[in-house]
Design a protein around this ligand. Structure first.
Ligand code: HEC
Length: 109
C-alpha cells in the first residue's frame, strides 16, 4: 500500500517536472536564451506533426510554414487568439524565446 502511494507521488512529480515551462508564461521562468536546445524542443512537435513537420495524417503539416508564420501561429495559440483542439494547451508552455528557437529550427527561414 505504501509502495503504491510512493509510485503515485513519483508519477505526479514526473508530470510536474516535464512541463516545458510554467504555464501562464511567467517571465520568471529561468530560461537561458543563449543556450536553447532547439532540437530538443522540436522533438516534442514531431511526435504529432511528423519528422521535419511533414505530417503522416491527422495533424496539419507544418513544414510549409516560414519562420514568421510559425511564430505568429504559435503566439496566437499561446494568447488564445487562435483556438484548436490541442495547440492552445501546448503553446503556453513555451516562452517567447523558445517559440522563436522552435521556429528557427522547424522553419529555418
Ligand atoms: C499532441 C499533438 C501535437 C503536438 C505535440 C504539437 N502539435 Fe501542433 N498541432 C496539432 C494539431 C491537432 C493542430 C491543429 C490545430 C489544433 O487542433 O490544435 C496543430 C497545429 C499547429 C500549427 C498550425 C498549423 C497551420 O497550418 O496553421 C502549428 C504552427 C503547430 N501546430 C506547431 C507545433 C509546434 C511548433 C509544436 C511543438 C512545440 C507542436 N505543434 C506540437 C497537434 C500537435
Amino acid at each position: 500500500m505504501k509502495k503504491n502511494l510512493i509510485t503515485v507521488a513519483a508519477l505526479g512529480m514526473a508530470v510536474l517536472f516535464t512541463t516545458p515551462a510554467q504555464a501562464g508564461g511567467g517571465s520568471s521562468a529561468a530560461v537561458d536564451t543563449g543556450n536553447l536546445n532547439s532540437a530538443l524542443l522540436v522533438s516534442n512537435c514531431v511526435v504529432c506533426h511528423g519528422q521535419g513537420g511533414e505530417s503522416q495524417g491527422y495533424t496539419p503539416s507544418i513544414d510549409g510554414l516560414n519562420k514568421n508564420q510559425m511564430i505568429s501561429a504559435l503566439m496566437d495559440f499561446k494568447s488564445g487568439n487562435r483556438k484548436g483542439t490541442i495547440m492552445q494547451r501546448i503553446a503556453p508552455g513555451y516562452t517567447d524565446a523558445q517559440i522563436e528557437a522552435i521556429a528557427n529550427e522547424l522553419a529555418g527561414n
